[in-house]
Design a protein around this ligand. Structure first.
Ligand code: PGA
Length: 252
């Protein structure tokens, strides 16, 4: 596997059904002009996945979800399993997003099970990590990110780890308009890659795609993606406009 350039859209809890179909249709149409080596990922809300797939399936865009259950099936009212996601055309799932950690109390133990479910069902986990503002202000960002990785993805075998993508998303940059500087992003991405090299070896670390997330938009994507260890972005707000999302994917 070679390190891939990826731009992933996390729609969060946005778009009603007609809006979602319009957005997917526009992204498919505009994606015809993006460079071949850039992979586009989109993660609409659960209820739109099945119909989104019908529109996406003729394109190279990958469909994914924003979460999945830690269990495979059964009496878990309101949950959606990795195998259900796979059955409607998903190929990846975002796990460990800071909003899931904050509002749904997801911790290392539950995320380890979710990553396991994703891998068992052939979904690629996009695993998010990142520090809070106070943690950065007190210089603890590396310690925090290392712990988040140790607890979950560093429990994987080498073979499993090769299937994942990591997204570094400093919590203070998400939805705030305050993006990390290219230097701050590079510093953390290089740190993550160094940890991966120590744990799984240089080759696996070299092949890992590490995405930056947090107020990434057309105006700042280029300088972020120009950093050696930044392999693309996980995009929230700007992924809700096809033009912006596509402009970001042309920023390598
Ligand atoms: P944002 O969100 O681009 O709106 O800051 C990024 C994310 O949470 O994935």
């Amino acid at each position: 596997m070679m390190r891939k350039q990826i731009v992933a859209g996390n729609w969060k809890m946005n778009t009603n059904y007609p809006e979602a179909l319009d957005l997917i249709t526009a992204i498919v149409k505009e994606s015809k002009n993006i460079p071949e080596e850039v992979a586009l990922y989109v993660a609409p809300p659960f209820v739109h996945l099945s119909d989104a797939y019908k529109i996406l399936k003729e394109s190279t865009i990958k469909l994914g979800a924003q979460n999945c259950s830690w269990e495979n099936s059964g009496a878990y009212t309101g949950e959606v399993s990795a195998s259900m996601l796979k059955s409607v055309g998903c190929s990846f799932v975002i796990l460990g997003h800071s909003e899931r950690r904050k509002y749904f109390n997801e911790d290392g133990a539950v995320l380890t099970k979710k990553v396991g479910q994703a891998l068992d069902n052939h979904l690629q986990p996009v695993f998010c990590c990142g520090e809070q503002l106070e943690e950065r202000e007190s210089g603890k960002q590396e310690e925090v990110v290392e712990k988040q990785l140790e607890e979950v993805v560093f429990t994987l075998s080498k073979e499993q780890f090769q299937k994942i993508i990591i997204a570094y998303e400093p919590v203070w940059a998400i939805g705030t308009g305050r993006t990390a500087s290219p230097e701050q992003a590079q510093e953390m991405h290089a740190f993550i890659r160094k940890l991966v090299a120590k744990k799984y070896g240089e080759d696996i670390a070299g092949d890992l795609s590490i995405l930056y997330g947090g107020s990434c938009k057309p105006g700042n994507a280029k300088e972020l993606f120009a950093q050696e260890d930044v392999d693309g972005g996980l995009i929230g707000g700007a992924s809700l406009k096809a033009d912006d999302f596509i402009a970001i994917s042309r920023s390598f």
